[in-house]
Ligand binder design. Structure first.
Ligand SMILES: *[C@@H]1O[C@H](CO)[C@@H](O)[C@H](O)[C@H]1NC(C)=O
Length: 333
């Protein structure tokens, strides 16, 4: 996100900056031996298509007014379209051009150094994080009774680009700006200040959100211990049902292992007409019964429900004879 809607930007001659942007891209991507990172190019192309809406796209892309970032509307109506799509919309050609040249420079360097797939996942993270921080910041300011950012409309890719700059600068040492050596991690903040001195139109909160997104991304990547633990904890919880299911299957196999059947038991064949064939003695049984009528082996798929049934009955020591008797009883009913 970059620019807020307070003064309303309009273009008289759309497309004027395209030749210049194309030239800049040619300089980056053209030379023999250039790395030509594809994700950055795709992002710029996507932003250009959204901004210029050529041909049939015009009818299919949502209008700017419907997707502009607005904390109030996002929180009140849970409007995720505004949350995610607003980054790909720009309010004027100047806005589009400036953000795309920033993206070109920062993106090419970062994607080359970290690889395309990691770069792509970083862009997705930065997008969510920067929008999320912008939302939180404006809500926080609202609680401190500054309601301007909360009701403000904004759009643009600059939050994500600023986040990228933070990540990029973290790889560098000191950076020289205006003849002064500045520790790389402060460069993004300095740029933010400069942008707002020279262009008060820029949405300050959104840009702060972008910088915080970059810092958070770095923090998550470097993985402080408690956080890494938290992630593994979450992964653990998620994998619990899986492990439970596996244990069930495993214990069923184990149980059957005590009989003469092979360790890897064949799946009982459903023989049609509601019958299943016992894997031990090949007797055909009705699907209504859980145990083979000939040899009393349980239907493997139903072994769990049978165990459950036995446990619920509080009588896990039923003999095969008893089970057979009960089954016959059930048939007599
Ligand atoms: C995006 O464009 C706006 C308006 O032109 C500008 O204020 C902002 O700094 C730009 N963002 C970046 C990251 O270049």
């Amino acid at each position: 996100m970059g620019v807020s809607m307070s003064r309303g930007w309009r273009d008289d001659c759309p497309g004027q900056t395209l030749p210049l942007l194309a030239l800049l891209m040619l300089l980056k991507y053209g030379p023999a031996g250039a790395t030509r990172p594809p994700v950055t190019a795709a992002l710029i192309a996507a932003n250009a298509l959204v901004y210029f809406r050529p041909g049939a796209l015009d009818a299919h892309l949502p209008r700017l007014r419907r997707v502009m970032f607005n904390p109030h509307l996002i929180i009140k109506f849970g409007d995720l379209r505004r949350f995610f799509l607003s980054s790909f919309y720009h309010l004027s050609e100047a806005h589009f051009f400036m953000n795309m040249t920033s993206l070109l420079w920062t993106g090419v360097e970062l994607e080359t150094s970290m690889g395309s797939s990691e770069f792509a996942s970083m862009v997705v993270s930065l997008l969510g994080l920067s929008q999320g921080f912008t939302l939180l910041l404006s809500k926080g300011l609202l609680l401190l009774s500054n309601d301007v950012p909360y009701y403000e409309y904004s759009a643009g890719f600059s939050g994500v680009v600023l986040g990228m700059k933070v990540v990029l600068n973290a790889q560098a040492g000191d950076v020289v700006r205006f003849g002064v050596a500045i520790p790389a991690k402060y460069v993004a903040w300095l740029e933010l200040l400069l942008v707002h001195v020279f262009n008060p139109e820029a949405c300050f909160i959104a840009n702060v959100g972008g910088i915080l997104a970059g810092l958070t991304y770095l923090w998550l990547k470097q993985g402080p211990e408690p956080l890494a633990l938290m992630f593994s904890g979450v992964a653990d919880i998620v994998s619990q049902p899986m492990r439970f299911a596996r244990r069930l299957v495993g214990s069923t196999d184990h149980r059957r292992g005590r009989s003469v059947r092979p360790h890897v038991a064949p799946v009982p064949r459903e023989t049609g007409h509601g019958m299943w064939r016992c894997t031990t003695c090949s007797n055909d049984n009705s699907r209504c019964v859980d145990v083979c009528g000939m040899c009393s082996s349980p239907h493997p798929d139903h072994a769990f429900s049978r165990r459950q049934h036995l446990r619920d009955g509080g009588n896990s020591g039923l003999s095969d004879e008893e089970i057979r008797r009960r089954r016959l009883q059930r048939f007599d009913r």
